[in-house]
Ligand binder design. Structure first.
Ligand code: A3P
Length: 302
């Protein structure tokens, strides 16, 4: 991909906190909604890889792991440009119209990041039978991370307070919609598409095992020394210190890292610092109602 400055690639009208706009009933960023006609018509190629997730599930982590696998664990090759350049964000909220052309002209094999719920993925990805890696995270840590991200992302709706944001999240009234529908929709889709469904908690527990899974899914050999190198280079600490993965290359009028860093804590169980007992029970109740019979099981502590 060519190198333009971030400012050149952005549409200034979307660089502020705006109310979401619904597309097929899903609240999306206004900047995404305005380009929806281009996004939904995106022409996939059979060797495209999709990395999909609900926001703040560890997307950047799995992106870097995939790039490392593709480059045999060589940090020099992965460190040439920020992760969002190496693997563009399909529905990037503040992109200019030309952004779609830029993705279309990327050399193959392309890896494309999306947070779209399964029913909104452009049909071409299904028609071309593209592989998908889906990353899921337990809802309590996921919503907490999303709350902090809304505080620092100056182009997302104001989260107001933790209590307010949590209520909106539980009602699916946040960008990219209901977490419950998202994780379930992609879970069901894996029965009829090549989807590798991963869990953030499993990655924390045993990154080597999960890296092996990803490598096998992508058709790569994964000798132990390479896996060990990838583990080291994709620890939370390494990625926090790496400007190519920590989003410090984006200007503060988009991500204000003085509010809270993009690489914030990277742990399982931080939710306990924020949730009241009543909030935790409410989420558990909604989970049981909506996903109790889904077969999906999340761990909220290790
Ligand atoms: P926290 O806010 O809980 O720290 P995404 O990439 O989908 O936006 O997800 C960001 C979340 O993943 C943040 O969670 C971030 O710290 C965490 N994360 C990113 N890289 C990580 C890594 N290498 N190990 C563990 N967590 C990581």
């Amino acid at each position: 991909m060519g190198f333009k400055s971030v400012e050149e690639e952005l549409s200034p009208e979307f660089l502020k906190r705006l109310d979401p706009v619904e597309i097929h009933g899903i609240p999306l960023h206004k900047g995404t909604a305005e380009r929806w006609h281009l996004i939904s018509e995106f022409k996939a190629q059979p060797d495209d890889l999709v990395i999909s997730s609900y926001p703040k599930s560890g997307t950047t982590w799995i992106q870097e792991i995939v790039d490392m696998i593709r480059h045999g664990g060589d940090p020099q090759k992965c460190g040439k440009s920020p992760i969002y350049k190496r693997m563009p964000f399909l529905e990037m909220p503040h992109a200019a119209v030309s952004y779609m052309e830029e993705i279309e002209t990327m050399p193959s094999p392309r890896t494309i990041k999306t947070h779209l719920p399964v029913q909104l993925l452009p049909p071409s990805f299904w028609e071309q039978n593209c592989k998908v890696i889906y990353m899921a995270r337990n809802p309590k840590d996921n919503v907490l991370s999303y709350f902090h991200f809304h505080r620092m992302n100056q182009t997302y709706p104001d989260p107001v307070t933790w209590d307010h944001f949590l209520e909106n999240f539980l009602a699916g009234k946040v960008l990219w919609g209901s977490w419950f529908d998202h994780v379930h929709g992609w879970w069901a889709a894996k029965d009829h598409h090549p989807i590798l469904y991963l869990f953030y908690e499993d990655m924390k527990e045993d990154p080597g095992r999960e890296i092996q899974k990803v490598a096998t899914f992508l058709g790569f050999e994964s000798p132990e020394p390479v896996v060990n190198k990838i583990i080291q280079q994709t620890t939370f600490e390494s990625m926090k210190a790496n400007p190519m993965t920590n989003y410090s290359t984006l200007p503060s009028f988009i991500l204000d890292q003085t509010v809270t860093p993009f690489m914030r804590k990277g742990i399982v169980g931080d939710w306990k610092e924020y949730f009241t007992v009543a909030q935790s029970e409410k989420l558990d109740y909604i989970y049981a109602q909506l996903l109790g019979n889904s077969g999906l099981i999340f761990r909220t502590q290790l």
